[in-house]
Design a protein. Structure first.
Length: 77
């Protein structure tokens, strides 16, 4: 996530990559914020959480639209 867990640059754009790296080198607070946010975001994708969410999706699917479960689903929340 740009500006939250890292800095995104367009593919094949070495100038943008250099600018992002220079920004990180010059900004201790930015580096610390990004470094702290990464593990927090990664926990959203822990295998146990993923399995729990997948089981919810399967249960909703089996229950079907009659149970009000016709919404789009996302594995990570």
């Amino acid at each position: 996530m740009d500006e939250h867990t890292g800095l995104l640059v367009p593919p094949g754009d070495p100038v943008a990559l250099a600018a992002a790296l220079a920004r990180l080198l010059a900004d201790d607070a930015l580096r610390a914020r990004l470094a702290a946010a990464g593990p927090v975001r990664a926990r959203r994708y822990h295998v146990a959480r993923f399995v729990d969410r997948l089981e919810e999706i399967y249960a909703d699917t089996v229950a079907g639209p009659a149970a009000g479960n016709s919404r789009p689903v996302a594995l990570a929340r």
